[in-house]
Every structure is written in structure tokens, then in C-alpha cells.
Ligand binder design. Structure first.
Ligand SMILES: NC(=O)c1ccc[n+]([C@@H]2O[C@H](COP(=O)([O-])OP(=O)(O)OC[C@H]3O[C@@H](n4cnc5c(N)ncnc54)[C@H](OP(=O)(O)O)[C@@H]3O)[C@@H](O)[C@H]2O)c1
Length: 331
């Protein structure tokens, strides 16, 4: 059936400026790492994308190797693009990345000019797109000169195949070096995509300072710790959960009694704020406006509906923040 988006989709979502750029991103963005490969029905994927857009989520994040198999999330996005999204292309910010293993041989991994330019060409063909909005180098490559990697991003932006260049998983020092190289080339980096959630706060020790100083945006991936920072695992491991049916990364053994005890304490703190744990977790991740957006995943449209309500209360009292820190200190 022809998709007609919700006319009120821009009324409740909050849009935040990405660093010092002209681009606004929704405070909550949707990633296609899980639930968009060959093992998820097309209809489920379509409902997730349509629900997200109806809620004002305008940013969809992909990578060359999201699947399974590698490339499948982009291939599926290409079909969704033809069926639903072509008329709305200018309302969307679509990102993709290259930097991890993608194809066999020495040219399908890491950070060379050869890999990055070929990979984006492949991604555009799979997604039926002329350009992506943001193209990321997915992880630092200490073996390739940063001038070459940033030079490839610069060429890509100048060619019109991406509107903005970006990096992911670079530490504070690597970020500062990349930002300087990109500046010299004349194509400033737009945004950094690090892992950041209550259980993994590494960016608070240096990276955030660099991003603030250099005026880059920040989109926090895995803000819900793959579902652990929600009510998903409070009563065991549900059969339809990621830890149960797709344990490529989150394994049931990761959900330890110690973590569950902390999650239960956080859940109580969330209830006291009239939020679900997922909502409090996302609000906490957005508490410093250096974080432009939280990049969530979802397996069900209802999760998206629940999660965007986090934006109704993004303020924390000092006591709430202290109680959250105290609970997390037990990890
Ligand atoms: N740059 C990088 O290196 C990198 C690496 C990893 C990810 N990413 C990006 O980050 C995106 C998000 O990663 P992620 O999917 O791991 O993020 P996440 O938001 O931490 O976890 C998403 C999972 O949490 C569960 N969930 C979400 N909302 C829920 C709710 N309201 N109640 C209960 N459970 C809920 C769902 O699990 P169930 O399936 O169990 O329902 C969902 O699949 C990826 O798609 C990708 O775009 C980037």
C-alpha cells in the first residue's frame, strides 16, 4: 500500500544542531545494524522505518557490512527507497560507513583511498541512491596515513557522493589529528559516532572535550547497551530478544546477576521519574548537548513509540544524577 506519512511528524521530535554545522539531526535516530538483514521479514523492516519517520525520526544510519549477510541492510534499504522513500529523499539524512571488513582481498577493509571510494560506490548502487548525506570512516586505521583517509573523504564530498564527512570509533587523540587533517583539506568533519551509554562512558574521558572544542556533532551508538538498559531482560531472556535469537554481539551470558542488580536499581529510578528505563537511559545520554543524537536500534515499532517519549523529560536533578552514578558504580 502506498505510504502516506503522518502529517504531524515534525511536531513532537526535537532537532539538534550538529556541532557548528548547518545540519539539524533528530535527537533520536534509527540504526539498521540489526533487524534489516536477510533474517528479518521485509514487512517488519518497513513498519520500523515508517513508524520512525512518522515519529519525526529523519536520520537512518547504515554501514556497508550491516546484514547479515554483508551489504544486505543497504540492499534492503534500496528496495525500501524505491517503494516508500523516493518522494521524501530530501526529508531524510542517510548515512553509511566503510572501515571494517567488507570484501575479500587487501582492498576491502581498513582506511585506504582505494577501499573507501570503491565501498561508497557499491553502497550507493545497493541503496539506489545518488548520494548519502553522511559518509563515515568506520574505525581508525593506524596503518594508513590520516591524510590519505581524510583525503578520500574530502574527494568523496567534492564528488557529491556524500554531503558530509565523518568518523566513528576514533579516540580523542586520533579525532584531534583527523579533524586537523580534514581542516587542511577544506572539508571539515561533521560528526563523530562513538559507543556511549551508561555502562560504557569512555567518551567522558577526553573525546567529549575534543568534540566540544572542535565543534563537531556527536551521535551516540548503542545507547541502550543493545537492550540491557531497558526492561527487556528484567524477567529473564525473552525468546524474541537479541540476546536470545541473534547473539552475534550481545550474549545471554553478558546479562550477569551483577548487571541485572544495577539494571533493577536504574529501573526504579526511572519509575520515580515517570519514565521507562529505556526513556530515562536515552534522556541521560542526551543530558549534555554535545551529544546531538542517540542512535538506537529497534525490533518492534512499539519500542520506537516508547523511546521517542524520552524527549518529554530530558532534565535531571543533581540528586537523580548522583543516584544513577551510585547504581552504576556497582558495575
Ligand atoms: N559505529 C559503529 O561502530 C557502530 C557499532 C554498533 C552500532 N552502531 C549503530 O548504532 C545503532 C544502534 O545499535 P544497537 O541496535 O545496538 O542500539 P541499542 O539502542 O543500544 O539497542 C537496540 C536494541 O534494544 C532493544 N530495545 C530498543 N528499545 C527498547 C525498548 N523500548 N524496550 C525494550 N527493548 C528495547 C531492542 O532489542 P530486541 O531486539 O531484544 O528487541 C533493540 O534491538 C546500529 O543500528 C548502528 O547504526 C554503530
Amino acid at each position: 500500500m502506498t505510504y502516506i506519512p503522518n502529517q504531524k511528524r515534525y511536531e513532537s521530535m526535537k532537532y539538534r544542531r550538529c556541532g557548528a554545522s548547518g545540519l539539524l539531526l533528530p535527537a533520536i535516530s534509527l540504526g539498521l545494524w540489526h533487524n534489516f538483514g536477510a533474517i528479518t521479514p521485509f514487512d517488519t523492516q518497513q513498519k520500523l522505518l515508517r513508524t520512525a519517520f512518522d515519529l519525526g525520526i529523519t536520520h537512518f544510519d547504515i554501514a556497508n557490512n550491516y546484514g547479515p549477510p554483508y551489504g544486505e541492510a543497504e540492499r534492503n534499504m534500496g528496495i525500501h527507497m524505491l517503494r516508500d522513500w523516493k518522494p521524501y529523499r530530501d526529508e531524510l539524512v542517510i548515512s553509511t560507513k566503510a572501515g571494517y571488513d567488507m570484501w575479500l582481498g587487501p582492498y576491502g577493509d581498513h582506511g585506504s583511498r582505494k577501499y573507501l571510494i570503491a565501498s561508497l560506490d557499491q553502497s550507493l548502487r545497493r541503496m539506489n541512491l545518488d548520494y548519502v548525506d553522511i559518509f563515515y570512516h568506520h574505525r581508525p586505521d593506524p596503518e594508513t596515513p590520516i591524510e590519505e583517509t581524510m583525503g578520500a573523504l574530502d574527494s568523496i564530498v567534492r564528488s557529491g557522493k556524500a554531503l558530509y564527512a565523518a568518523i566513528s570509533n576514533y579516540n580523542a587523540e586520533q579525532t584531534a589529528v583527523a579533524v586537523a587533517a580534514a581542516h587542511r583539506l577544506g572539508t571539515p568533519l561533521l560528526i563523530h559516532q562513538p559507543k556511549y551509554n551508561m555502562m560504557n562512558r569512555w567518551i567522558e574521558h577526553g573525546l567529549i572535550d575534543v568534540l566540544r572544542r572542535e565543534k563537531l556533532g556527536c551521535i551516540a551508538f548503542m545507547p541502550l547497551a543493545e537492550g540491557m538498559l531497558t526492561n527487556r531482560y528484567l524477567e529473564g531472556i525473552p525468546a524474541d530478544s537479541r540476546a536470545s535469537h541473534d547473539p552475534r554481539y550481545l550474549k545471554s551470558s553478558d546479562i550477569t546477576p551483577e548487571k541485572l542488580s544495577v539494571i533493577r536499581q536504574l529501573n526504579e529510578l526511572a519509575s520515580a521519574r515517570d519514565q521507562t528505563l529505556a526513556q530515562m537511559t536515552l534522556a541521560w545520554t542526551l543530558r549534555d548537548d554535545v551529544v546531538t543524537s542517540v542512535l538506537i536500534g529497534a525490533s518492534k515499532p512499539e519500542q520506537l513509540t516508547e523511546n521517542v517519549k524520552a524527549l518529554d523529560n530530558l532534565t535531571f536533578t543533581d540528586d537523580e544524577l548522583k543516584s544513577i552514578d551510585k547504581a552504576l558504580s556497582e558495575l
